[in-house]
Design a protein around this ligand. Structure first.
Ligand code: AMP
Ligand code: GLY
Length: 420
């Protein structure tokens, strides 16, 4: 089979490495891929959001199966376009992708179907939002979210009125996130450990993968601005079997049933961002795709063929799929460029990759223009180092040993992954 993976980060590298384990795969293309992905796939220079370019490439190259990994092509309708051309693919269509691309849609869905989430109000006008912020009913901190996609940065936690009004101003008036901020959600601040659960669903059946924990802020002790994610562990130690059962009953099944009833069944990987509050698990957000870096920690634990599972999602036969995970612990530590998630420099040589043992390296932002062995930094998140072991402690030791041995100018990583 010829498989095309759309995207070019660490998550896509992890997906490609997992797909390659299936003997039926004869060739993998990545669009656009990255320097390190070149080791495992042929990279083609088509932008992930270029729908006409991508469908054209798939048709011209007789691609048998396409995996659409990032949020933006999904939100733009890449899956709809591929299906129209008769290309088999993995990922939700545009209507189902609204679970991530519109927080107004997802919050209203949760309210309508009684899925536990933070209490909220929606505003399409900044005066109304500011009046609400000044009203007595508001207890700080509150959380202000742009409706649409904002590269994971569209969430502002405001501790007081001034911060909240500034946030509304920057999202709705200055349009910091463009049209994504035409509507906003203002919601209750939730406390508790956060859990990510990725789940395969064909619209009718839902199969959760091993749980995980992201580490969103750039610095240790959960300090500094939020990033795409600085590391992950799987499973998440806070996610007990009992909580898992509760989530299945109150969140996972109701969500896919709600999407069915709304006429937009979700097929693909559904990401549940959960907060384990003292009132029970609640949904902080849905993403319509595999998480990054969570996928870099979770997929190495999957013992079943990823391609087989994905095809059973496409064919709506997930109810008879057999999905097996290893019971090892997995850790992914992200090596980032100094300055990320703000401005950073790129083009620095990466040293020490050759002698690395006991870990899997996923490339997030690297280049190797001359196809030689030297990789250069090319992004904010540069590499994901994943290690597995029988205990979390041993997995952490392996990952951190490699994190020390790999070097590039400005290398930054969190030293406290897995300590929460
Ligand atoms: P999101 O982009 O929706 O994943 O939000 C980014 C991060 O903001 C989440 O991972 C949480 O840490 C935090 N967050 C979002 N919503 C809330 C909430 N209602 N209460 C507390 N923290 C939140
Ligand atoms: N790690 C968070 C995300 O993928 O959105």
């Amino acid at each position: 089979m010829k498989v095309l993976v759309i995207g070019g980060g660490g998550r896509e590298h992890a997906i490609i490495k997992a797909l390659k384990k299936d003997g039926r795969v004869s060739k993998i293309y990545a669009a656009p891929g990255n320097g390190g992905i070149k080791i495992d796939a042929e990279c083609v220079p088509v932008k992930a959001t270029d729908i006409a370019g991508m469908t054209g490439f798939a048709e011209n190259n007789s691609i048998d199966y396409v995996v659409v990994a990032p949020d933006d092509p999904l939100a733009l309708g890449m899956v709809d376009a591929l299906k129209e051309k008769g290309v088999r693919c993995f990922g939700p269509d545009k209507k189902a992708a609204r679970l991530e691309s519109s927080k107004v849609f997802s919050k209203n869905l949760m309210k309508k179907y009684n899925i536990p989430t933070a209490k909220y109000e929606i505003f399409t006008n900044s005066d109304d939002a500011c009046n609400y912020i000044k009203s007595d009913s508001v207890v700080f901190p509150i959380v202000i979210k742009a409706d649409g996609l904002a590269l994971g940065k569209g969430v502002i936690i405001a501790d007081n009125q001034t911060q909240a009004i500034d946030a509304v101003f920057s999202i709705m008036m200055e349009k910091r996130f463009g049209n994504s901020g035409s509507s906003i959600v203002i919601e209750e601040y939730l406390k508790g450990p956060e859990v990510t659960v990725l789940a395969f669903t064909d619209g009718k059946t839902i199969v959760p993968l091993v749980s995980s924990m992201d580490h969103k802020t750039v610095f240790d002790d959960n300090k500094g601005p939020n990033t795409g994610g600085m590391g992950a562990i799987a499973p998440n130690p806070h996610y007990s079997d009992e909580i898992a059962k509760e989530c299945e009953k109150k969140i996972f099944l109701p969500t896919i049933r709600a999407m069915q009833q709304e006429g937009c069944p979700f097929k693909g990987c559904l990401y549940f961002g959960l907060m384990l509050t003292d009132k029970g698990p609640m949904v902080i957000e849905y993403n319509c795709r595999f998480g990054d870096p969570e996928t870099q920690a979770v997929l190495p634990l999957l013992q079943t063929s990823l391609l087989e599972i994905m095809e059973s999602v496409t064919d709506e036969t997930l109810d008879s799929a057999k999905i097996v995970f290893s019971d090892e612990k997995s850790v992914c530590v992200i090596l980032a460029s100094a300055g990320y998630p703000g401005n950073f420099k790129t083009g620095f040589p990466i040293n020490g990759l050759d002698n690395i043992k006991d870990v899997t390296i996923y490339h997030s932002g690297t280049s190797n223009e001359d196809n030689d062995k030297l990789f250069l930094t090319k992004g904010g998140r540069v590499l994901g180092i994943t290690a597995k072991s029988s205990t979390l402690e041993l997995a952490l030791q392996k990952a951190y040993k490699a994190a020390e041995e790999i070097n590039f100018e400005g290398k930054h990583y969190r030293k406290d992954i897995g300590r929460y």
